[in-house]
Design a binder for this molecule. Structure first.
Ligand SMILES: [Zn+2]
Length: 111
């Protein structure tokens, strides 16, 4: 017979965390990456950027299969992309927290 871990009744603080995870996973766009703002000149000599008023571009950068990749984020997508990055980070923190709690539970069960 397989030895099973005892059925866990999660404490309220953990239940809140789990329902927030479910909420994020169910209804949010999730994007792993970091936002990067770059100021560039376009190369046209008569453009405002040639006088120091640089063009500002937003990119989202992530590593994928061990290599960095990036995507230009148009201004009209900025809010949505920022939110997706924040929601991903929150979800990751919450899942990591659950993993830590599970780790601690396993330690206690061994004692
Ligand atoms: Zn320019």
């Amino acid at each position: 017979m397989k030895r099973r871990l005892p059925r866990t009744v999660f404490p309220p603080s953990e239940r809140r965390r789990r329902s927030r995870i479910a909420e994020l996973a169910h209804s949010r766009r999730l994007l792993r990456g970091t936002l990067s703002v770059r100021s560039l000149t376009c190369g046209k000599s008569n453009c405002r950027c040639a006088r120091g008023d640089l063009h500002v571009y937003l990119y989202v950068v992530q590593s994928h299969d061990g290599k960095p990749r990036q995507l230009y984020v148009p201004r009209e997508w900025e809010g949505q992309v920022r939110q997706a990055v924040e929601d991903y980070q929150e979800l990751q923190r919450l899942v990591e927290g659950l993993s830590e709690l599970e780790w601690q539970r396993l330690i206690k069960q061994k004692e």
